[in-house]
Design a protein around this ligand. Structure first.
Ligand code: ADP
Ligand code: ZN
Length: 216
């Protein structure tokens, strides 16, 4: 199985990807995770990417495509993959098409997790993380019973820098201008499956299974 997850920040791409991976045993490739790991490790790639990421802007296409060319050639991709956060622009989608053609493989589908802007802002602005154990809370949807401290370990809860409203608005603007055109791109290719991202988590997996079944 080879699929792409597309959707605005906060649509739940990571959560859905983990469920799909648990079920189908394919590689989960998150460009955001790879980039954050490189920034943390201080690699050349991380140095190139950091300023763009901090500004809520996209890392240049050539950097991302070079990174993905290497990643898709790794062994764990043989059984299939789920791309989370890539492609994010039409030029990236075109580059992916040529990469897959070179490799002699095809995509099974592209899943759009459709969530409106107000929902994204509400979800991300209210998100809080535990400094100690990393557990995620939400001030309204999943509050800690201990207020500003973690239920689980008593650690202090904090808001991530890129979950501040201004940065979220910036990430959304980038999504609408640069990433949303992919909906048309993959729609024309007959690959798009639109799923309301606000639906309870397990329904999304059901939609994906139905799509894969109908193509089998
Ligand atoms: P989110 O989807 O919540 O905005 P990600 O973790 O997917 O966050 O990405 C974080 C940042 O990494 C992005 O804001 C962007 O700077 C960079 N990034 C991730 N994937 C790509 C990509 N495919 N192309 C360009 N930049 C990317
Ligand atoms: Zn904790």
């Amino acid at each position: 199985m080879r699929i792409i997850l597309v959707g605005p920040p906060g649509a739940g791409k990571g959560t859905q990807a983990e469920k799909i991976v648990a079920k189908y045993n394919v590689a989960h490739i998150s460009t955001g995770d790879i980039l954050r790991a490189n920034v943390k490790a201080g690699t050349e790639l991380g140095k190139k990417a950091k300023s763009f990421m901090d500004a809520g802007a996209l890392v240049p296409d050539d950097v991302i495509v070079g990174m993905m060319r290497g990643r898709l050639a790794e062994d764990d991709c043989k059984n299939g993959f789920i791309l989370d956060g890539f492609p994010r622009t039409v030029p990236q989608a075109e580059a992916l098409d040529s990469l897959l053609a070179e490799m002699g493989i095809k995509l099974d589908g592209v899943i759009l997790l459709d969530v409106d802007d107000d929902t994204v802002v509400e979800r991300l602005c209210g998100r809080r993380m535990c400094k100690k154990c990393g557990r995620i809370f939400h001030v309204s949807f999943k509050p800690s019973s201990k207020g500003d401290l973690c239920d689980e370990c008593g650690g202090e809860l904090y808001q991530r820098d890129d979950d501040k409203e201004e940065v979220i608005r910036q990430r959304l603007a980038v999504y609408h201008s640069q990433t949303a055109p992919l909906v048309d791109y993959y729609g024309k290719a007959g690959l798009l499956l639109r799923v309301p991202g606000a639906e309870a988590g397990d329904k999304v997996l059901g939609h994906i299974e139905a799509m894969l079944g109908s193509r089998a």
